[in-house]
Design a protein around this ligand. Structure first.
Ligand SMILES: Nc1ncnc2c1ncn2[C@@H]1O[C@H](COP(=O)(O)OP(=O)(O)OP(=O)(O)O)[C@@H](O)[C@H]1O
Ligand SMILES: [Mg+2]
Length: 427
C-alpha cells in the first residue's frame, strides 16, 4: 500500500508511555501510519488542523483541555477526521459524552493491539463508505445496492421493555409471509435474549458457538448454527448463558451480518438497549434502524438523546425509522406533541393489546400467525409490506409508502441538541 492510501493516525495523550506504546503497536501495520502526536487537547486540535489525519486516537483525561472538548471542536471543523476515544474509565456516562462530542468508537485502557487495529480499520472503513455514498452517482449507487444483498433492519431502542423483541419476531414472520423470500432473525439482545422463548425454539446452538470460530464464519457454518422456525424464518439465537454475552464482539456481529446478507433477503436484528460495541456494530451496518418508542416520558426523552447520538455517529437521518409501539395506549401524551418534541415524524404506529401480546409470548406463537385479525398483527403486517417497498437510495420516498394521517405530520425534521442521561439497561 503506498503512503497516500495509508490510514493517517494522530495520537493525542498526555502520558508519554501511552503515546509510545500506541505508536509501536501501529508501527508495523502496512495500511496505517502515525503522522503525529500531541500531549493535550489544544495541541491535538492544532495538529489535527495542520495534518488532517484520518483518525485521531484521543485520550479523555488530559491537562488544559480534555479529550471530549477537543473532540467536539475537531469533529465540528474537520469532516474527514474521525475520533476514537481512549479512557481508563469505561462507564456509560463517558461513552455517552464521547458519542455526543462526535467520537466514533471508544477503547477502554488497557486495550490489546488487536482491538486497537480493528477499531481503526473499522472506523476508517465506515468513514470511507460514507464518502462513497455521498459522492457516488445515484445510478451507480442503486446498481451496487441491487447487486449487493439482503436488507438489514436493526430493531433498537435506547430504553428496554418497549417491545423490540415482540416487534422483531412478528416483523420477521410477517416479512416471510408477505414475500416468501429468505428471512433471517438474529437475537442481538445478547445477555438476556428471549427470541427463543417468544418463538418457542429450543436449540443448543447459539451465536456463542461462533465466538471461537470467528475466522471460519461462512454461509455453511451459519446455517449449521441457525435454527428454523415453522414460519420459514431462520433464527440465530443469543447465548444461552448471560456470562457468554460479553464474548460476542462487535466484530463478530459485523461478520455474521455481512455473511447473512449474502444468503438472505431480509435480516432482522433484535438488539440490547445499550451502546455496547456489539449493538453499535449492528446499528452501524444496518440499512435501517427501527427505533422503537412508547408514549412515556422516559422513552421520549431517551429517543431524543438517541437522535442526537445517532447524528454524532454519522447516521443519516433517513437511516432512522421511528416506530411508536402501543400507540393507542391511554396516556396523557399525544402523538403530535411527541413529534414536535422530537422534531421527527413517527413513521409507523403499532396498537396496544397487552392481553393478546402477552398471550402470544406465553404460547410461543407470534401474533401474526395466531391472530392475524388482531390490530397489532395488522399494523405489523402493514409495516412489513411498507418496508419491502422501501428501496435503498430512495429514502425520501419513505413518506410516500407510509402515508400518515394529516394530523400526524411533524413540525419539521431537524434535530436539536439535548443533553440528558440515557437509561442504562440490561444486556
Ligand atoms: N403492542 C403491544 N401491546 C401490548 N403490549 C406489548 C406490545 N408490545 C410489547 N408489549 C409488551 O411489552 C413487554 C416488553 O416487550 P418486549 O419483550 O418485546 O420488549 P423489549 O424491548 O424487547 O424488552 P427487553 O428490554 O426486555 O428486551 C412485554 O410484556 C410485551 O407483552
Ligand atoms: Mg427484548
Amino acid at each position: 500500500m503506498d503512503g497516500q492510501n495509508k490510514i493517517r493516525v494522530l495520537i493525542v495523550d498526555d502520558n508519554p508511555e501511552n503515546r509510545e506504546l500506541v505508536s509501536k503497536l501501529l508501527m508495523f501495520e502496512g495500511d496505517m501510519e502515525v503522522v503525529g502526536t500531541a500531549t493535550n487537547g489544544q495541541e491535538g486540535i492544532a495538529q489535527s488542523r495542520a495534518l488532517l489525519p484520518d483518525i485521531v486516537l484521543m485520550d479523555i483525561n488530559m491537562p488544559d483541555m480534555d479529550g471530549i472538548q477537543a473532540t467536539e471542536i475537531i469533529t465540528s471543523e474537520l469532516s474527514g477526521t474521525s475520533i476514537i476515544m481512549m479512557s481508563v474509565q469505561g462507564e456509560q456516562d463517558y461513552l455517552r459524552r464521547s458519542m455526543l462530542a462526535g467520537a466514533r468508537e471508544f477503547l477502554v485502557k488497557p486495550f490489546g493491539s488487536d482491538e486497537l487495529l480493528k477499531s481503526i480499520r473499522h472506523v476508517h472503513r465506515l468513514e470511507s463508505g460514507k464518502k462513497k455514498l455521498i459522492y457516488m452517482p445515484q445510478g451507480q449507487q442503486q446498481a451496487d445496492d441491487e447487486e449487493s444483498s439482503g436488507r438489514v433492519f436493526a430493531i433498537f431502542s435506547p430504553k428496554g421493555g418497549v417491545g423490540r423483541t415482540t416487534i422483531a419476531c412478528n416483523l420477521a414472520v410477517a416479512l416471510k409471509q408477505a414475500t416468501n423470500k429468505r428471512v433471517a432473525l438474529v437475537d442481538g439482545s445478547l445477555t438476556f435474549g428471549d427470541i427463543g422463548v417468544v418463538l418457542n425454539l429450543l436449540s443448543n446452538k447459539t451465536i456463542y458457538d461462533l465466538v471461537s470460530r470467528i475466522d471460519e464464519i461462512d454461509g455453511e457454518l451459519l446455517s449449521d448454527v441457525m435454527i428454523g422456525h415453522t414460519s420459514g424464518v431462520r433464527v440465530l439465537l443469543a447465548p444461552s448463558q448471560p456470562e457468554h454475552a460479553d464474548l460476542v464482539s462487535g466484530d463478530l456481529m459485523r461478520r455474521v451480518i455481512g455473511e447473512l446478507r449474502k444468503s438472505f433477503d431480509y435480516i432482522i436484528v433484535d438488539t440490547a438497549a445499550s451502546f455496547a460495541d456489539a449493538t453499535l456494530s449492528v446499528t452501524d451496518v444496518a440499512d435501517r434502524i427501527l427505533l422503537i418508542m412508547t408514549l412515556e416520558m422516559t422513552s421520549i426523552r431517551d429517543i431524543k438523546v438517541y437522535l442526537e447520538v445517532s447524528n454524532k455517529l454519522g447516521y443519516a437521518p433517513e437511516k432512522l425509522i421511528l416506530l411508536l409501539n402501543r400507540a393507542d395506549a391511554k396516556t396523557m401524551i399525544d402523538v403530535q406533541t411527541v413529534e414536535a418534541t422530537l422534531r421527527h415524524k413517527i413513521d409507523f404506529s403499532i396498537s396496544s393489546d397487552p392481553r393478546a401480546v402477552s398471550h402470544s409470548i406465553n404460547q410461543g406463537v407470534p401474533l401474526v400467525i395466531s391472530t392475524r385479525d388482531n390490530q397489532v398483527s395488522k399494523d405489523i403486517v402493514s409495516m412489513a409490506k411498507s418496508l419491502t417497498a422501501l428501496k435503498l437510495g430512495e429514502v425520501e420516498e419513505k413518506d410516500k409508502i407510509a402515508p400518515k394521517k394529516k394530523e400526524e405530520q411533524p413540525q419539521g425534521s431537524t434535530r436539536s441538541r439535548f443533553h440528558l442521561p440515557l437509561t442504562s439497561n440490561r444486556g
